[in-house]
Design a protein around this ligand. Structure first.
Ligand code: ATP
Ligand code: MG
Length: 568
């Protein structure tokens, strides 16, 4: 079966599409569709967010509708414009456009305040003075009712007065809070007088010092959807238990109002979990703050910016989101699937180039010293339209140190004394001798070449078992190449009770190779240019790269076990 077909048909038949189709059939919301992607700007987006982005924008695209980008920015302590900017960049880079301007929950603070006052007036909210610890202690357990606060039955006047004074900055952080008056015995813990507003004396990235009280996420999210006319609010499973609260808030707000044209419907799906990967923004932030990684865009990070710097393409991430599909139950996805997707994409797109990571000198002793020949080579055997280019060949070359051995074991088909190999796009050579230094390291390999084996010559088709990549010593460019291994050694680094996730960090996740030798066609590379290094893998020019000091990141291996599994 064709892989792509499966994914596409899956996208349209997953249960969210089915629910939306039903709503359309019933002519709900006047048959309108509007979705949103609602990040909190408290960190950079990661591959899990990419799934939510592809889903929300994908639904909009499928129904020829729109998707909003709304920042749920209710906590000035953790939020920052740096995050807002990075999120916008990442969503665009993934290939999506939101409807109109970017939106902010903080734009609705006035409206939310008014609605809080409405709840107070309706006897549905009260100002509490218990501390956070006391509230937690009185919350009860799922099987045991909580205890009502002694401040629960204040008069409306008292509540209005105190709430206004909270807003006016008369109290310190934590001194008072506004709570919904619902039911301390509710089986759903979220309905036990949840907090609506707290005091935070901190400037907000958009509203500055206008407010010192900030609405809780739960008192904001549903209303923000409602204000924007979002028809389908797609969110992750942990919000299923919040749904009755969102409905309750909306019911109170709409009390005495005409029936609205759009009533948001929340549908939950399973969040993406990847093995060997941390997806919590708080923990990713910790890696950044402690300098364990070089930043949010460290190529080992599962962030969109990290993946981009590593060499991932938007197409590969969208393909991954499709293949993962949408489920109602949590499951862990193998990171090999993500690697499969980028390999598929780069295989089609990338030029094959010659780079020697760990060079050893090879001298062709019967080749003239000053001669240079230009050898034609295919850019991408998967796609002839990508053409060919010319590689300079000369007497002194570099090959990979591993491609030569003094005492070849069985099944070693590369270069060894008296053995022949083909130099890709050039001649067949035979090893005559080699030189070692005092420590026994091989410093030079001496070969002879057979002039008749070059392309266009009588023996160009002569077969030998090994083909090696190479660069001309006189023409090549030095480069730095960064190799990566997974950041964590454990399949579920944050899944162990009592063991900190950092205990599972891989101390060898980054290896820097300097003095790598690249063919001269790579002289003008730009950050994020992508290549296949022959026989070595896919590589991407790093953002640290400079014209005279190129730096490459290894994106992914050439080989993979996943494609075999997928094709079975
Ligand atoms: P936080 O821990 O800060 O709440 P979050 O991962 O929930 O982080 P948000 O900024 O609130 O981050 O997420 C924005 C949207 O992305 C939400 O709708 C959320 O459900 C979705 N999302 C977050 N993580 C994942 C994930 N791993 N898989 C799928 N969707 C996700
Ligand atoms: Mg969240």
């Amino acid at each position: 079966m064709e892989l792509k077909e499966t994914a596409a048909s899956e996208a349209k038949t997953n249960f969210i599409y089915q629910e939306i189709d039903k709503d359309l059939l019933e002519n709900k919301n006047e048959s309108k569709i509007l979705t949103r992607f609602p990040p909190e700007p408290n960190g950079y987006l990661h591959i899990g967010h990419a799934k939510a982005i592809c889903l929300n924008f994908g639904i909009a695209k499928h129904y020829n509708a729109a998707c909003n980008l709304r920042f749920d920015d209710t906590n000035p302590v953790k939020e920052d414009v740096e995050y807002v900017d990075s999120i916008k960049e990442d969503v665009r880079w993934l290939g999506f456009n939101w409807q109109g301007d970017d939106k902010y929950a903080s734009d609705y603070f006035d409206q939310l305040y008014e609605w809080a006052v409405k709840l107070i007036k309706a006897g549905k909210a009260y100002v509490d003075e218990l501390t956070a610890e006391e509230i937690a202690a009185q919350k009860g357990t799922p099987t045991e009712a909580g205890v009502e606060s002694p401040y629960r039955n204040r008069t409306e006047e008292e509540n209005l007065n105190l709430f206004e004074r909270m807003k006016n900055g008369e109290f310190k952080d934590g001194e008072k809070i506004l709570r919904a008056k619902i039911d301390m015995g509710a089986p759903n813990m979220h309905m036990r007088d949840p907090i609506m507003y707290r005091i935070i004396h901190k400037s907000h990235h958009r509203t500055g010092d206008k407010w010192c009280i900030y609405p809780m996420y739960d008192f904001t999210h549903g209303q923000s959807d409602f204000i924007e006319g979002i028809t389908h609010s797609i969110c992750t499973l942990e919000f299923e238990v919040h749904r009755p609260l969102y409905d309750w808030y909306l019911d109170q707000i709409l009390e005495g109002e005409p029936t609205p044209k759009v009533r948001t419907r929340q549908i939950e799906f399973a969040r993406l979990k990847l093995n060997y990967t941390i997806m919590s923004k708080r923990k990713l932030l910790e890696l950044v703050q402690k300098g364990i990684v070089s930043g949010w865009d460290d190529p080992r990070m599962p962030t969109i910016s990290g993946l981009r710097r590593r060499g991932y393409t938007p197409e590969s991430i969208r393909m991954f989101a499709e293949k993962v599909g949408i489920a109602k139950r949590d499951n862990v996805i193998d990171v090999a699937l993500l690697e499969y997707c980028i390999r598929e994409d780069l295989n089609k797109k990338s030029v094959r180039v010659n780079v020697v990571l760990n060079p050893v000198k090879l001298i062709i002793i019967n080749y003239p010293e000053d001669k240079t020949e230009m050898m034609e080579t295919i850019n991408n055997p998967e796609d002839e339209s990508m053409g060919t280019r010319m590689l300079p060949f000369s007497r002194e070359l570099y090959i990979e140190r591993d491609d030569f051995t003094e005492n070849p074991p069985k099944n070693f088909f590369r270069l060894a004394p008296d053995r022949e190999v083909r130099l890709k796009s050039a001649y067949i050579i035979k090893c005559e001798s080699f030189i070692k230094d005092s420590e026994g390291n091989i410093t030079e390999i001496h070969c002879i070449y057979d002039e008749q084996t070059r392309s266009g010559m009588p023996q160009s088709d002569r077969k030998v078992k090994g083909t090696l990549h190479w660069v001309s010593a006189r023409h090549c460019i030095d480069a730095e190449v960064r190799l990566y291994d997974r950041l964590f050694m454990d399949e579920e680094p944050d899944g162990h009770k009592d063991i900190d996730f950092k205990e599972f960090l891989n101390s060898d996740s980054l290896k820097i190779l300097t003095g790598c030798k690249m063919e001269p066609s790579l002289a003008d590379v730009k950050p994020l240019d992508k290549f296949q290094f022959q026989r070595l893998g896919y590589f991407c020019v790093d953002t640290d790269s400079m014209p005279n000091k190129p730096v490459f990141n290894k994106t992914v291996e050439l080989k993979d076990s996943w494609s075999k599994m997928m094709k079975k």
